[in-house]
Design a protein. Structure first.
Length: 65
């Protein structure tokens, strides 16, 4: 799941919103309970400066908070 979340973040960061949204929907299909909150709990270092921006990108792509 984390690889798909990272791909979603990368696609959103590149401005490829439609592809990021498609990846997010695929992720949610495989793991319906996936959320930004669950993603944060899996991070090795959730205090990184880019975590908030990455969380915003996941939300923009359609991952629930």
């Amino acid at each position: 799941m984390m690889a798909r979340a990272m791909a979603t973040i990368c696609l959103e960061a590149l401005g490829r919103h439609d592809e990021a949204n498609a990846m997010a929907m695929e992720l949610l299909e495989l793991s319906p309970n996936f959320s930004v909150q669950r993603w944060r709990r899996c991070l090795h270092n959730p205090d990184r400066p880019d975590t908030a921006q990455s969380a915003d990108m996941l939300k923009a792509a359609g991952i629930p908070a």
